[in-house]
Design a protein around this ligand. Sequence first.
Ligand SMILES: [Zn+2]
Length: 204
Amino acid sequence: MSAPIPEQIRYCAECGRPTPAGELARFGDVLVCANCKQTYAQKLREGAATTGVIVYGGFWIRFVASLIDSIILGTFGYVLQLAFVGSPFTAVPVEPGVPPSPELMGRLMGTVGLLYLFSVVMAACYEGLFVGKLGATPGKMCFSLKVIRPNDSPVSVARAFGRYFAKLLSGFALLIGYIIAAFDSQKRALHDMICDTRVIRTRK
Ligand SMILES: [Zn+2]
């Protein structure tokens, strides 16, 4: 003879009342009590409520999204770089077979430094403006990924710029800051933890 299994108690997602699980109505992942069922169903029809499932953007999908971003950024960055800074090969003429003078080497280093600075500014603007204004970079948009704050609110432009520089940290030490996203329950990379952001999928 076994004792009857006590019925599980769950909270109504609308009014918060503890209710036996059997008496709750299920809408997706959301459980609602009998009293709230009508109003909740109405809210769903009006689009004011969701079925409450948050899907975080996982490691691989974000990896592919960032590959797309690097291709876009690399292509446009190169065109803009040629237009504004010029190629290091034309900016500093190095004759083949002739060892460059220290003066020429200095100019070459200067141009390479300028190009590096230019690429960082480009990438920061790309991330900062796309994420801050539209919630996602074009690469993330391909997969309906969005960068949000924990309370679902959008990320400001300032935070999006900060997040870009925090991303540089994630890239140190064999990309460990990115890899930890695979093990976090909310799939946060190091830069998400630093800037208190999450990456979610808006369409499944
Ligand atoms: Zn209720």
